[in-house]
Design a binder for this molecule. Structure first.
Ligand code: COA
Length: 332
């Protein structure tokens, strides 16, 4: 009989573009100001790729850094899951292209689209494969090239997003060892219209008319999304904490999806987690959608805040609507 195991997160890597798009740059493009953006969102700048750079070009260095830190060869991967809404193409998926770029000769791969909750959803999928005994090592990537999906004529959305990718290696470990202790995932499709890209699939193909109406870009009802994000991120974290029988004292690091500083702060406050235990990089990175959580984990790692044994709560909310949380202890 197969020995029970626990999926564990053993290494992280990330890659963001060199190019910075500052609030001052945006103020030259739309009717906004550094003061407005900082006071309403906490964002000062975001990274953006040079036009034409595909997601796989950021995902590859993120993946290589993660594998090197883990001491694992690409050829030893069983699978690759890329959480994104802005992959290189709909077909082939970015995970397939990455499999080739990395030389991960034995690995299967596919993309998973769940917007800003994509990384937690992908991590839960990887953990399920591993704990079912169907894989030993899966590379989970979260990343987006949001600069291809936002309308730089729309001040309501273009200030919020940036580009970047991060990677976490998930592997099988002993059932009584460190690793992933639980997930909670939710969807509410009735709110699908609150945050969407209208012309991005079969419902509204990218016809000349749709493009002329700029329907290929992110549209949102900012206030509704803002209120729902605060409510759902706190709710799902509290619910998972109850399920696992843990309190705020059992969380060394809260790593939330980075949507708005004014969403992160009340979420942490409601959970009773002081800000020094929250990983926040939104002022430099903005919202990279699938990328926020692994990039924040990477920032925490390079700052020496994420170490073997760190007890971490991940939480996210995004278009779908979809939200989720995961509690884990880091390392081998
Ligand atoms: N610069 C200047 N003014 C702006 C602006 C900008 N970049 N963007 C919007 N405004 C204006 C609005 O047009 C509005 O003007 P009006 O009252 O004349 O219509 C005014 O500022 C206030 O807008 P409001 O929506 O009340 O601001 P807010 O405090 O809610 O902040 C967001 C707007 C978008 C920053 C905020 O709602 C938010 O963060 N929502 C969640 C978005 C998100 O995270 N989406 C992804 C989720 S994963």
């Amino acid at each position: 009989m197969r020995a029970p195991c626990r999926a564990r997160c053993v290494a992280v890597g990330a890659a963001v573009p060199e190019r910075r798009l500052t609030n001052a740059d945006l103020a030259g493009m739309v009717d906004t100001s550094d003061e407005w953006i900082v006071s309403r969102t906490g964002i000062r700048e975001r990274r953006v790729v040079d036009p034409g750079t595909p997601l796989s070009a950021l995902a590859e260095p993120a993946a290589r850094q993660c594998l090197e830190r883990a001491g694992v060869a690409a050829a030893d991967l069983d699978g690759i899951i890329v959480a994104t809404i802005s992959g290189d193409h709909i077909m082939p998926t970015t995970a397939n292209l990455l499999q080739h770029r990395l030389g991960a000769t034995r690995a299967w791969g596919y993309d998973l689209a769940n917007a800003c909750n994509g990384f937690i959803a992908a991590l839960s999928t990887a953990a399920a494969f591993i704990e079912a005994g169907r894989a030993k090592r899966i590379l989970v990537i979260g990343g987006d090239i949001m600069s291809t999906l936002v309308d730089y004529q729309d001040r309501n959305t273009c200030i919020l997003f940036g580009d970047g990718a991060g990677a976490v290696l998930v592997e099988a470990g002993p059932a009584d060892g460190p690793g992933i202790f639980g997930f909670e995932l939710h969807s509410d499709g009735s709110g699908g219209g609150e945050l969407m890209i209208p012309s991005s699939g079969s419902a509204r193909p990218r016809t000349a008319e749709a493009l002329a109406q700029r329907q290929q870009y992110v549209k949102q009802n900012g206030r509704t999304v803002f209120a729902a994000a605060i409510r759902r991120m706190a709710e799902v974290s509290e619910s998972l904490m109850r399920t696992l029988g843990i309190t705020a004292a059992d969380i060394d690091l809260l790593v939330p999806h980075q949507a708005n500083l004014r969403i992160l702060e009340p979420t942490a406050e409601r959970l009773g987690i002081p800000l020094e235990r929250v990983v926040i990089n939104i002022e430099r990175m903005a919202n990279t959608t699938g990328g926020t959580i692994p990039i924040a984990l990477n920032d925490a790692f390079t700052a020496g805040r994420l170490v073997a044994g760190s007890r971490i709560m991940l939480v996210a909310f995004g278009g779908g609507l979809t939200w989720g949380a995961c509690y884990l202890t880091w390392g081998r």
